[in-house]
Ligand binder design. Sequence first.
Ligand SMILES: [Fe+2]
Length: 256
Amino acid sequence: MENSSNNSRRSFLIKGTLAALSVSFLNSFRFPAAHAASAPSLAEFNPEGGTFELPKLDYGYDALEPYIDARTMEIHYSKHHQAYVTKLNEALEKAPELKGRALPDLIRNINELPEAVRNAIRNHGGGHFNHSMFWKLMSPTAKDSKASAELEAAINAKWTSMDNFKTEFSKSASTVFGSGWAWLIVDKENNLAITTTPNQDNPIMDVAALRGRPILGIDVWEHAYYLKHQNKRVDYIADFLNVIDWNQVSKWYGER
Ligand SMILES: [Fe+2]
C-alpha cells in the first residue's frame, strides 16, 4: 500500500515535471523573441501623456570634439532626431489606440501594427529609439570609461580581444549599404553578436534579420558625419570608437 502510494506520488511528480518542461519548451517556441526583444531601459521611452519628447542631451554640442563636431551634433540632435519624434507623434495621432505605449513595445512587432501607420512608426519610432540610445552611449568622458569585467570577458570569448572586436564592428559599420546602423547585440541565447540594420530599423524589431537586445550602435547615415568627414565613413567610424561610453554599454549589457 505504501509502495503503491509512493509510486503514485513519484508518478505524479514525474508527470508534473514533464508537464512543466513541456510548457517551458512550448513557450520557447511561442515566445521566441521575448528575451531578444527586450531593450535598454531609458526613461524617455515612456511617453508623458502619450506624447514622445526629444530626450535631454547630457552634454553640450561641442563636448565630443574633435571626434564629432559641434555643428553635426546640433543638426543631428535638434533637427534630425526632433523630426523623428515629431513624425512619430503625428503617426500616433492617426492610431490613438497605440498612444501611451513605451517605445520598445511599440516598435517590437512592426508586422502587427495597423497598416496605415506601420511604416511611419517603423521609421520614426525606430529613429527615436536609435538616436535616444546613440546620445547615451557616447560621452565626453569616454576615455575614462571601461567595459565591465563581465562584458570584457564576453567580448574576449567571442572576438579574442577588444581590439579585434573593434575591427569587426568597424568593418560591419563600413559595409552597411546606404543608410543604417551597425550594432552590438545580446541574442536570445545570451551571446554577443555584431549585426546591421537598414534605415532606422533596430534589432528589437520583428523585421530585423538578427534579433537581439542592442547595447551599442553606430549611426552610419551620412547626416551623422558628412559635415566633418564628408564621404569618409571609415574615418568617422574610427573617431566614433573614441567616444563610446563603455560604462553605459556595460550597464545595458548587465540589464538582463
Ligand atoms: Fe542619425
